[in-house]
Design a binder for this molecule. Structure first.
Ligand code: ADP
Length: 176
């Protein structure tokens, strides 16, 4: 039996979450983009970008591979750290579910290493990367439930709108 923290759902903006870690649905360049990524860099400010640039100059010279996760400061965000992870682009012809699961597993592992007790995830890959919400929600919830989250008090999914919230609510009810 895997130890599981409480999973919470909220409708809102990931950049406003008062948690130890917010997860960024980053792109592999780590240098910002649209959606969650753009919002985190805009509000987090130059310290976040600076650390991302250092990562690009060092360990991740060719970018952060899909499914992996890496931490930076959260800059001006209320969170303590941002954990950046790159979701897979949806494909109808190739099953990339394991990569989406990896994003959740690896973000939790990086956050646990930092000593985080609370973490907020956006609905990774469901924006520009076009993953259908019900399926992304199912993978996200099942993966978090399959991880040892006993070190966390709270794992929160922060959904931007009612449709995303409903998809995650349904996944929480059915993915036991
Ligand atoms: P991806 O490139 O992984 O698809 P996006 O950032 O484009 O990531 O979108 C991921 C999800 O996050 C989408 O469902 C989008 O509606 C939602 N989203 C966009 N901005 C925010 C925000 N500021 N806070 C929370 N969720 C957001």
């Amino acid at each position: 039996m895997v130890a599981v923290a409480d999973i919470e759902l909220a409708i809102g903006d990931i950049t406003e979450q008062e948690v130890d870690v917010v997860v960024n649905a980053a792109n592999s360049s780590l240098l910002g983009g649209g959606g969650v990524d753009g919002a985190i860099h805009r509000k987090g400010g130059p310290d976040v970008l600076g650390e991302c640039q250092e990562l690009r100059a060092g360990r991740y010279g060719s970018g952060l591979p899909t499914g992996q996760a890496v931490a930076t400061t959260a800059g001006r965000l209320p969170a303590r750290w941002v954990v950046h992870t790159v979701g897979p682009v949806w494909s109808g012809s190739e099953d990339r579910s394991e990569l989406l699961a990896d994003c959740h597993r690896n973000a939790l592992a990086v956050a646990a290493e930092l000593g985080a007790r609370s973490i907020a995830f956006p609905a990774i890959s469901t924006g520009v990367y076009r993953w259908p919400l019900p399926d992304a929600a199912r993978i996200a919830v099942a993966t978090v439930r399959g991880c040892d989250t006993s070190g966390f008090d709270v794992v929160r999914f922060v959904l931007f709108d009612r449709a995303a919230h409903a998809a995650f609510e349904s996944a929480l009810r059915t993915e036991r």
